[in-house]
Design a protein around this ligand. Structure first.
Ligand SMILES: [Zn+2]
Length: 440
């Protein structure tokens, strides 16, 4: 009796199983449709660029650094109406790297607009300029429906899903704080989501990569700045700072850091790049290097040429004191004999390869520095060219998942880790009430 029962049951199961397997689970697309889509992808014979575009349409490409707000300040004294990003800005003199059509073409899904302030401004002047930079960036974002002002990782993803370019603010140059944690907190409240600790020059509390060592890294007040940035959820940006500062920050930060626009010193030994011993600490910290396109940072030939040109200029100036025409003529002759070697898209991909091989694909992002540079690599001429870089990575064997991480998922991970830390601190810690003088 029992045996017969089992036989019937098994028979029933045999009949039912294939039928059940064909039923899609709730929320899952029917299997048939999926097969059709896969077939299309295979039979269509997509180019690498088209493949790259498909990836960038599914995951936001988040660029770490674009200097358009500085262009408004430099070119038109922040008169918003005088440059229309909806127009073709290649028509301007000099042409810009960024406008809305080209951002679309480049499949940019998220942009940290740099609200840079020159270190030639000091004290209250720098703080005022910071307010003006935040103001022009926010007015610019508000004036275009394509751009969507966001301040959290969730908002960033939502804006991308709605087809907008998520727009965030990143501050560049810690001198704008005028040594006050109150200004830091207020800039955060106004929307700034990262701060590059220094620009080209040291601040009173951190050494820059391109200035004489002064503090040996971070001072005690500098540590307080990091503690407060962690607490309020402001990403710490280590582009521009000295290796000593990078190490000091990695010793004290509770959250993953970013390099918003830096490349690898192991490929091009420019002081603005990230040295190997700092790269090696990133997996433990969880932070990312947003690889930049600045020609002299990504090509050693360009860097050497720049140094030689500066040396020739200095030599001619000391030979022809008080005779600028002779200097000019000499430089013209030198330029003719020494054409500028160009950096290329391939050079940039080499930096990405290098960081991946050394520490892994989880620690890479993209930070073009468009409109903050005057020359660009061949193949990466403006913001429309990001898909070409991803196409090159596809040719170099990168998997889709790796490219999704480089495009934006790594940045989102870092952003969320900072947000989570901020949340964990809320209610348990108070705003730091220290002054720079307390540390002397
Ligand atoms: Zn910069």
């Amino acid at each position: 009796m029992r045996r017969i029962h089992w036989c019937v049951l098994s028979l029933l199961l045999l009949i039912a199983a294939p039928v059940l397997a064909l039923q899609p689970e709730e929320g899952e697309p029917p299997q048939e449709a999926e097969t059709v889509e896969n077939e299309t992808e295979e039979t269509e014979e997509l180019t690498d660029r088209e493949r790259a575009i498909r990836i960038l349409e599914s995951v936001p490409l988040i660029d770490g650094h674009n200097d358009v707000p500085w262009q408004y300040r430099q070119r038109v004294d922040n008169r918003l109406a005088e440059i229309d990003l909806a127009e073709d800005t290649t028509e301007l003199d000099p042409p810009m790297h960024t406008d809305l059509n080209r951002l679309r073409e480049g499949r940019v899904g998220g942009q940290f607009w740099s609200v840079y302030v020159s270190p030639s401004l000091e004290g209250a002047e720098a703080t005022k300029a910071q307010l003006e930079q935040i103001d022009i960036a926010r007015r610019l974002i508000a004036s275009h429906a394509d751009l969507s002002y966001v301040t959290t990782a969730d908002e960033l993803e939502e804006a991308f899903e709605e087809g907008h370019i998520a727009s965030l603010l990143g501050m560049e140059g810690g001198h704008v704080l005028d040594n006050s944690l109150a200004t830091l907190r207020t800039f955060y409240a106004l929307g700034a989501r990262y701060m590059t600790l220094t620009h080209w020059q040291n601040t009173d509390w951190a050494d820059a990569a391109t200035d004489d060592p002064e503090h040996g890294g971070l001072t005690g007040f500098g540590q307080a700045v990091i503690e407060e940035m962690n607490r309020i959820g402001m990403l710490v940006d280590l582009s521009h700072v000295a290796p000593s500062t990078m190490h000091d920050v990695l010793d004290v930060t509770e959250t993953p850091v970013i390099f918003s626009h830096s490349s690898a010193m192991g490929v091009t030994p420019h002081p603005r790049n990230v040295p190997d011993d700092v790269l090696d600490r990133l997996p433990e910290n969880g932070g990312i290097v947003m690889v930049t396109f600045v020609p002299s940072f990504v090509s050693e030939a360009v860097r050497q040429h720049g140094a030689n040109r500066a040396a020739e200029q200095a030599r001619l100036e000391s030979l022809h004191i008080g005779d600028p025409e002779a200097v000019e003529a000499g430089m013209e002759a030198w330029d003719e004999d020494n054409p500028t070697p160009g950096a290329t898209l391939s050079d940039v991909a080499d930096h990405i390869d290098y960081i991946r091989d050394r520490i892994g694909v989880e620690y890479i992002g993209i930070g073009g520095d468009y409109d903050g540079i005057t020359t660009v690599p061949e193949g990466l001429e403006d913001v429309s060219t990001y898909p070409d870089l991803f196409a090159e990575l596809i040719r170099r064997g990168y998997e889709r998942e790796e490219l999704e991480k480089i495009a934006g998922q790594n940045l989102l991970r870092v952003f969320r880790a900072n947000e989570a830390y901020k949340e964990s601190e809320q209610g348990t810690t108070r705003p730091l009430d220290v002054r720079i003088d307390d540390f002397e």
